[in-house]
Design a protein around this ligand. Structure first.
Ligand code: AMP
Ligand code: GLY
Length: 423
């Protein structure tokens, strides 16, 4: 079987790493991939939004299965385009990916199908938005409607900060068209978890539990990022919470999408806020989380290819997934300046030493090869991911790897997984 993975982040390196282990795969491509995927697959220099180029490549090569990593090609309709040509794709269709592409759609869908979420309203005018802000009071959460690379959410601590954020978004200054509609919602407290499930539109197979670390600094301080580290399992997702997440969040959402004529096939990611026995949905993503994908795939014991193909064919009823009992932890190493403008081109040292540590994989994200050396080439550069008997063991092993690797201005959190230890 010939498989094509689309994307170039740590998530896609993890997908390539896992797919490459399948005996069903004869040839594996990554578009555009990164220096990490290049060691396991053939990189193809096509951008994730070059739908025509990707289609031509898939048709010419006779690709049997295309696996889409990031949200952008899903929102642009890659799955629909490929399926029209008879190609098999793992990834939500355009009319389903809207669950991530529009926060207004996603919130309205949750309301309609009784999926627990924060109270909210959608606005296109500043005056009515300000009225709502004054009624709800701070802290309050302002979200750009469209895709904003994880940066379109402002937690405003005061009325004035909220009004400034709304004005900025609605005027088109911040996030362009993505901010021409805003969702304003109630601030929720609690502990977050990432709940992911595979679905064919009817049947749902949950992945193992996971938790991300959104902010740049230890102790959940500083601005939000795409994610600075993740681990699995996440003890905050108790069996009772798991049951609620499956019935009240996943089942209702996926049934609702089917009822709307937007059958959801792929992986659905719910960002949950857990407070005692209450579970509320912060957002949906139409893809694997990054970095959650890295520790999750390292814990997955089963061959992933039959599952990905079953989702693409629209029937996962015959699939069962086995998971390692051990825990996994991924620590993200980011470039200086992240999550703002970053410095690129710094030489990364210590990759060979880290690679010698057993049960540890260094997933590449923003890296490049320059004059034979591996250099930084993006915000999140590496995801050092390790398995251990317990979360504590996996943390220790991951940081053993992190401590081998460095470059000027490297940033990483030192407290990845600590919430699990505190429970
Ligand atoms: P989102 O992209 O909607 O998940 O928002 C990004 C991050 O903002 C989330 O992971 C939370 O940390 C935070 N956030 C979003 N919505 C809320 C809310 N209603 N209350 C508290 N924090 C939130
Ligand atoms: N790690 C959060 C996300 O992938 O959206």
């Amino acid at each position: 079987m010939k498989v094509l993975v689309i994307g170039s982040g740590g998530r896609e390196h993890a997908l390539v790493w896992k797919i490459a282990q399948s005996s069903l795969v004869t040839r594996l491509f990554a578009a555009p991939g990164n220096p990490g995927t290049a060691e396991l697959a053939e990189n193809v220099p096509l951008a994730v939004d070059d739908l025509q180029g990707l289609l031509e490549f898939a048709v010419t090569q006779g690709i049997d299965l295309t696996v889409v990593g990031p949200e952008l090609p899903l929102s642009l309709g890659l799955t629909d385009l490929f399926e029209e040509q008879g190609l098999k794709v793992f990834g939500a269709r355009k009319n389903a990916a809207i669950i991530e592409g529009s926060k207004a759609f996603s919130k309205d869908h949750m309301k309609k199908y009784q999926v627990p979420t924060a109270a909210y309203e959608v606005f296109t005018e500043v005056a009515s938005a300000v009225e709502f802000i004054e009624r709800l009071g701070a802290p309050i959460v302002i979200k750009a409607d469209g895709l904003a690379a994880g940066k379109g959410v402002i937690i405003a601590q005061s009325r004035d900060e909220a009004v400034a954020a709304v004005t900025d978004m609605l005027s088109g200054n911040a996030f362009g068209a993505a901010g021409s509609r805003v969702v304003i919602e109630e601030f929720l407290k609690g502990e977050e978890a990432s709940f992911l499930a595979f679905t064919d539109g009817r049947n749902i197979i949950p992945l193992a539990t996971a938790q991300d670390h959104k902010t740049i600094f230890d102790g959940d301080l500083g601005p939000n990022t795409g994610g600075m580290g993740a681990y699995s399992p996440a003890p905050v997702v108790t069996p009772a919470i798991h049951e609620k997440a499956m019935t009240e969040v996943m089942q209702r959402t996926i049934d609702g999408m089917a009822a709307e004529g937007r059958t959801y096939r792929g992986v659905l990611y719910a960002g949950l806020m857990i407070d005692g026995d209450s579970v509320k949905t912060l957002e949906f993503n139409a893809r694997f989380g990054d970095p959650e994908c890295q520790p999750l795939l390292m814990r997955l014991k089963s061959d992933i290819v039959p599952l990905l193909m079953a989702v693409a064919l629209g029937d996962i009823s015959g699939i069962q997934l086995q998971w390692h009992d051990e825990a996994t932890v991924c620590v993200v190493m980011a470039a200086a300046g992240y999550p703002g403008d970053v410095i690129k081109g710094d030489v990364i040292t210590g990759l060979d030493q880290a690679a010698k540590i057993p049960n540890l994989v260094v997933f590449h994200a923003g890296t490049a090869i320059k004059e034979g050396a591996c250099v930084t080439n993006g915000g999140r550069v590496l995801g050092v991911t390790a398995r251990g008997a317990t979360v504590k063991d996996a943390i220790d092993r991951a940081y053993q790897g992190v401590n081998q690797i460095t470059w000027p201005g490297v940033q990483f959190r030192k407290d990845i997984g600590h919430k699990a230890l505190n429970r």
